[in-house]
Design a protein around this ligand. Structure first.
Ligand SMILES: [Zn+2]
Ligand SMILES: [Zn+2]
Length: 186
């Protein structure tokens, strides 16, 4: 039997005999004769529960999406917007990333839920999405703040200007494997 998540807690189950039934998991209902005429908890409902337990099908309220960077299947909230990333490619503060436009390495300092077309760059007043070198990236993706790792260090400490945070559309940054270039945390 194959199971397809349709969203809103509904699943399509194709039986071995080529019949297709609709399962409402939380209601424990199915369109097959076993359930409709005999009122039993049928094998289709059980199959959907097993597929969810084994991580092959998203649970009610979630949907399956491919990771933006590698295509691996990830389950996310049904209403989640924007690009989705697997554990390996998800960004966290302190991660090292590469700017796809310039090849520069940066360190992530902030991962936001705000969209690139909703965040303004202070110097110009334009949105991050409108910024010239961001034109190849979707405007509805979240923004990420990052600093260049080559901070200028003066005799009396780090020069604040060299730690300026730059804001990028999330899809412009590519995560580097952990372990290299990761700054020591205090
Ligand atoms: Zn059934
Ligand atoms: Zn990935």
């Amino acid at each position: 039997m194959s199971v397809l998540a349709l969203g809103e807690g509904l699943y399509e189950v194709e039986s071995a005999s080529d019949h297709t039934y609709l399962v409402d998991l939380e209601g424990g209902r199915c369109t097959c004769p076993d359930h409709v005429f005999r009122g039993v908890r049928c094998k289709h409902v059980r199959r959907v529960a097993i597929e969810i337990n084994e991580g092959r099908t998203p649970p009610p309220g979630e949907r399956a999406v491919g990771c933006h960077d590698c295509g691996e299947t990830v389950f996310v909230d049904e209403n989640a917007a924007g690009p989705v990333y697997c554990d390996r490619h998800a960004l966290r503060s302190g991660d090292t990333v590469v700017d796809r436009e310039t090849g520069d390495r940066l360190t992530v300092v902030d991962v936001s839920d705000l969209r690139a077309d909703a965040v303004r760059i202070q110097a110009t007043g334009d949105s991050v999405a409108d910024y010239a070198t961001n034109e190849n990236y979707a405007s509805d993706v979240p923004v990420v703040g990052a600093v260049y790792p080559h901070a200028t260090v003066a005799p009396n400490g780090v020069v604040p200007e060299s730690l300026r945070v730059y804001v990028f559309p999330r899809t412009r940054l590519e995560k580097r494997p952990a372990g290299r270039g990761r700054p020591a945390t205090a």
